[in-house]
Design a protein around this ligand. Structure first.
Ligand SMILES: Nc1ncnc2c1ncn2[C@@H]1O[C@H](COP(=O)(O)OP(=O)(O)OP(=O)(O)O)[C@@H](O)[C@H]1O
Length: 258
């Protein structure tokens, strides 16, 4: 089981309320998208959920356990994270970078086992990054780095995934491949996304932030309406229904910015 309940999360800096009283849940096996314009609070909210930024109020429950009460190590066994901040400061080979995903499963000072190496190789293969194993992480392109960081999250073998802009830096084909892979994993997943068409096609439900508050929540068809896109993003769009999937198809009208 893996179900997330974030309740009344709030974070502020000085007088600025960056995340205001947000509650959300992700049911077992659901892929839930977190949307919102730049600076709307997506990363701040995710960092409270993945135990990097302590909420000023509210709580985060994963299967009824408060993630802020247990140890970071216990948490890493149940929650894998692809964070937005680049880890380019790590001067590690790609293999060692992905091996870091195994740390929560190893006893202190234990050496990497054959099983760890097998899991790492499999994760790299899944992300089509196995040919990069010997390279230094810092020398990779943006998209290659992103795929390696995703491989590290997969190697962690946690039932709950938190992904902050997983398709960042990826070309359109790799975006679809990654989203297909995430869907296929069947894990409980919360992902911040910028591409509304990807969110419309892949997510079960969406939460849309504006200025640190929830502007809309529901299925893609409920959230991604032309009115809501106009109000939250200031962009005019036509929203059609994909005749094959029944999901929203978004056509932007960039000459009619609001
Ligand atoms: N430590 C901090 N001090 C001051 N302001 C902060 C701090 N952390 C976040 N902010 C501000 O809070 C707002 C929300 O930031 P956040 O990174 O959560 O947005 P986001 O929705 O993830 O944006 P993006 O789509 O650009 O990644 C921004 O205006 C940011 O500058």
């Amino acid at each position: 089981m893996s179900t997330l309940h974030a309740q009344n999360l709030h974070w502020q800096v000085a007088a600025a309320h960056i995340v205001q009283d947000i509650s959300l849940h992700v049911a077992q096996g659901e892929l839930v998208g977190l949307l919102g314009p730049n600076g709307s609070g997506k990363s701040t909210l995710l960092r409270m959920i993945y135990r990097t930024l302590r909420p000023h109020s509210g709580c985060v429950l994963l299967d009824e356990h408060n993630v802020w009460r247990g140890s970071a190590r216990d948490n890493a066994r149940v929650m894998a994270v692809l964070a937005q901040e680049s880890s380019s400061e790590f001067d590690l080979s790609v293999r060692d970078m992905v091996l870091m995903g195994r740390t929560p499963h190893q006893s202190p000072f234990a050496r990497d086992s054959d099983e760890d190496f097998r899991i790492v190789a499999q994760a790299l293969e899944r992300m089509q990054a196995h040919t990069l194993s010997e390279r230094m992480f810092s020398t990779l392109s943006g998209g290659e780095k992103q795929r390696v960081l995703m491989a590290r999250a997969l190697a962690q073998q946690a039932p709950f995934l938190v992904l902050d802009e997983p398709t960042n830096h990826l070309d359109v084909r790799h975006q679809f491949e990654l989203m297909n892979l995430i869907r296929g994993l069947g894990l409980t997943t919360l992902a911040a996304l910028h591409e509304l068409p990807l969110a419309a096609h892949y997510c079960d439900r969406l939460y849309l932030l504006k200025n640190g508050r929830l502007a809309a929540q529901g299925t893609p068809a409920e959230v991604l309406t032309a009115d809501t896109i106009a109000q939250v993003y200031g962009v005019r769009a036509l929203v059609h229904t994909n005749p094959r999937t029944g999901k929203p198809l978004i056509e932007y009208l960039p000459d009619e910015l609001l």
